[in-house]
Design a protein around this ligand. Structure first.
Ligand code: GLN
Length: 307
């Protein structure tokens, strides 16, 4: 199968959609990104890469980082982690407060903001302090992408903190239910920093290979998590990776995937490849509009869906 040719076809087919939707302007540092950009990349288990458009341009990974922090927390705590964060779809927007109140401060899953904030808190506790937790997260991302130059955009992190009232509210509410161990500002600041990592579609498609290969990087042979944990993470990506549009993503695309408000989406084809698409304009649920369509076209044209 000529994957490069398929990506080129997809790029042409999604072109009319570029610019439809809205960039995430609630984070001022992201409001000025050109909404018409598009890049898509595939990395096979043997490291072969394909890419179109701006697949080499770094963007703000935002909630895609939640896959990496969930991986580290599951590795650190095992099933104990589920005492503090669930694994059910929320059916609510990613930053919703409503469910948290009547579910006693236990977020539905690690991919909505509240769940990811609990996961970050658990990493700070496990690694002793926020600095070490963040260094461990960055070290992990550099390992799985095999790209030592991956860094955080401090301007994006600062911009989120300045306007982070809702995430701070989520963290305070959870603290009132004793589900945050550390100081609220420290936890939320660390969460914003890992959301502000910048990576390209090609780097991200490489980074998720461990999830396409049962928890072991197929190129370096480094084992990060067990096959069972990898299976679980993929399951949570499938059911919760796109917030209240997760059912729709499974319906149209049929792959475990995780989106971020920077416009990136990663997807995993178990046993075969990692995929990442990036286009900054978002649909109403905060997922890349052209990116979702591109992934739908990819699984339709290749037949590489899990169903
Ligand atoms: N950092 C963003 C926030 O907390 C992440 C949201 C997202 O990518 N869906 O609002």
């Amino acid at each position: 199968m000529d994957i490069q040719a398929i990506l080129e076809e997809i790029e042409k087919e999604v072109r009319p959609l570029l610019g439809e939707g809205k960039v995430a302007d609630y984070i001022p540092a992201l409001a000025n990104v050109d909404p018409k950009q598009f890049g898509m990349a595939v990395t096979l288990l043997d490291g072969t890469q394909y890419g179109v458009g701006e697949s080499g341009k770094r963007f703000s990974i935002q909630s895609i980082s939640k896959v990496f922090t969930f991986t580290l927390a599951l590795h650190a705590y095992g099933p104990e982690l589920y005492k503090r964060v669930g694994r059910e779809p929320s059916g609510s927007p990613f930053n919703s407060l409503v469910q948290l109140e009547y579910e006693h401060g236990i977020p539905r899953n690690p991919f909505i903001n509240a769940g990811a904030i609990v996961v970050t808190d658990s990493l700070i506790t496990h690694f002793g302090d926020d600095y070490t937790a963040l260094e461990t997260i960055m070290g992990f991302i550099r390992d799985i992408s095999d790209e030592p130059s991956v860094t955080i955009d401090p301007e994006v992190a600062r911009s989120e903190m300045e306007h982070g009232y809702r995430n701070l509210a989520l963290a305070h509410l959870m603290k009132s239910f004793d589900n945050i161990d550390n100081e609220v500002r420290t936890v939320v600041q660390t969460y914003f920093k890992h959301c502000a990592v910048t990576m390209s579609a090609s780097e991200l498609s490489r980074a998720v290979l461990y999830l396409a290969n049962g928890g072991t990087d197929p190129i370096t042979q480094h084992t990060f998590i067990t096959p069972q944990q990898s299976k679980r993470i993929n399951a949570v990506m499938l059911t919760c990776g796109h917030y209240d549009a997760s059912g729709d993503f499974a319906f149209h695309v049929g792959l475990p995937g995780k989106s971020g408000v920077g416009g990136g989406i990663v997807a995993v084809v178990p046993g075969k490849m990692g995929i990442c698409v990036w286009s900054p304009a978002l649909n109403e649920q905060g997922n890349s509009l052209a990116g979702t369509r591109a992934l739908e076209l990819f699984t339709t044209k290749t037949g590489f869906s899990i169903f």
